[in-house]
Design a protein around this ligand. Sequence first.
Ligand SMILES: *Cc1c(COP(=O)(O)O)cnc(C)c1O
Length: 380
Amino acid sequence: MWKVQLFRLNYDHRERDAAAAVVASGWLTMGERVVEFETAFAEFLGTPRVSCTAVSSGTAALHMALMALGVGPGDEVIIPALTFVADANVVRVVGATPVLADCTSLDDWNIAAASIELRITPRTKAVLIVHYAGYSCDMAGILDVCARHRLPLIEDVAHAPGATYHGQSCGTFGDIACFSFFSNKNLSIGEGGLLTTRNEQLHQRLRYLRSHGMTTLTLDRHQGRAISYDVIQPGLNYRLDEIHAALGLAQLEKLPAANRRRGQLTAAYRRQLASSGVTIPFAHSANATSVYHILPVLLPETADRRQIIEALKQRGVQSSIHYPPFWEFSAYRDHFSPAAAPIAAAIHPRELTLPLYPTMADVDVDYVVASLRAALGVQP
Ligand SMILES: *Cc1c(COP(=O)(O)O)cnc(C)c1O
């Protein structure tokens, strides 16, 4: 149906073989591949003393992060105004209140350290940031605010596996960081996620939360290392299974090259969209390396977004919106207003996401840009 779709999997025989090997192995969950994936991911992040805990989704990771930090009823958690609804949902699910902080500017759409500081109250229990579209947040500014107010920091790294800030990997700055490996993420395994922390106590708490608070695993008992278990704290089952971990290992090997290809395609979009009236955010991100999760653009103020999406569709180009604002959702209408985040409120109606994926061809970018220019009525 689509000539250029928003996203395509970067899959081949390697993922097929990896999954088939698990089926043949006779062991389906929490085995050697999960451990191998956690170890390989820690190595990929390249930061000393980072422990990884693989889980069933990015949302499970976020939920566990809040629980591990003791966030609950009466607490407030500061989150970005421009993000996926999971960040607000998990805060509500643990009984706390999400509080919105604004974007930095019409170019830097990431949460602003200054806006976080303005939202801090005596009830603030944690700060949750998102490296939007794969571009690192201002970590110096955010870490400074968190340190001065003694607030734990959670990084949502769903868009940014492999992104860096001054050479250090995103997902190694916060007290806890949460990755997602959902189908359309840079590392795709269907459903899956992972938490990182450098705090050994938090790491242990996350392990218990992941698997019923139990002290031993089925594999330990299978291998005769244990005959029973104790339960240390109430926990969940947010485990990752072996097939998904095997897919993760195959995808992790491809990730550096795939991220580089996303960067080349983004550079082509930037060149071709110059002087079109459409701007691509994060044009000025010094000292940071993006992993280009998506290709968001800011449409001209006068453009009719619905009409442009429809015109692109007529030419077989799929587009999307990242993200609809919280205050337009039924569950959040009474909680948030655009007045709380004027920059995000200005971006929301003008944001459009164009196709971007590592197997995309250069001519696909040409076609998308030509289609967008035609939709906008600007000369090619
Ligand atoms: C995808 C995503 C999530 C949720 O991850 P799942 O694995 O789908 O649960 C959370 N935050 C952001 C910013 C995301 O893009």
